[in-house]
Design a protein around this ligand. Sequence first.
Ligand code: SAH
Length: 264
Amino acid sequence: MKKKGICVYFVGAGPGDPELITIKGKRLVEGADVLVYAGSLVKEKVLEYVRNDADIYNSATMTLEDIMGVIVKAARKGKSVVRVHSGDPSLYSALREQADVLESEGIPYEVVPGVSSAFASAAALKEELTLPGITQTVIFTRLEGKTPVPEEERLSKLSMHGSTMCIFLSIGMIKDVVKELMVGYPEDTPVAVVYRAAWEDEKIVRGFLKDISAKIERADISRQAMIIVGRTLSVKPQISDKDYERKRSKLYDGKFEHGYRKKG
Ligand code: SAH
């Protein structure tokens, strides 16, 4: 529900498919007087939900000051302002710096979550990123670009955990990604790259650390892609039936009981 007194909403638009925005997000976009969207990755189709008489801004060409100028001015006039980010607004979206401005201006706001491209990619791959006996951890990370990454979070260091990793913003540097990952993961660790998950031209490339760079080069993918690495990917063909039996979840295992189900 729309809360009283709030007129600025940060909305996660999801990965691209206009059906993957939340019902709440769609309703807010439909009601927006002013809408500011994050350029390249928010699909034009999501913008079809916007009213014809709404003011629309593409933030790709704007500075933080431009963006906040538009948002603050409209909010002060009591207009309904929607700031649309791709995927979920909590990941690599510059949400914090915008929210800080609103807080210092005393303007209340709300954040509406979205389907991150990490999850849209996992869905495209039909993979579970956490498997019993393999890993129970997923790391969201990126390679350093213009934005620095703390030394302790170098891919080579994170690779020591052997968990599943979703690597954003790094496909253009796939060779460096692979080099760093090989420090901790064996070269036959499965990797999948999903280009534009949930778009009509979505592309999936699967391989292993040792061959993924060449495959990505051949597929000519250099942006807008998610790299997922880890042993949960297509693990079934690599282990015997007996191993997989051991790796079944306890949640649906008849030998175990829990709050909602008794044994047998
Ligand atoms: N907040 C967004 C991430 C923004 S950073 C989210 O939760 O998804 C932009 C990066 O996200 C891209 O470089 C790419 O790695 C990834 N990305 C965004 N949309 C994508 C999509 N549809 N398919 C694959 N990767 C995507």
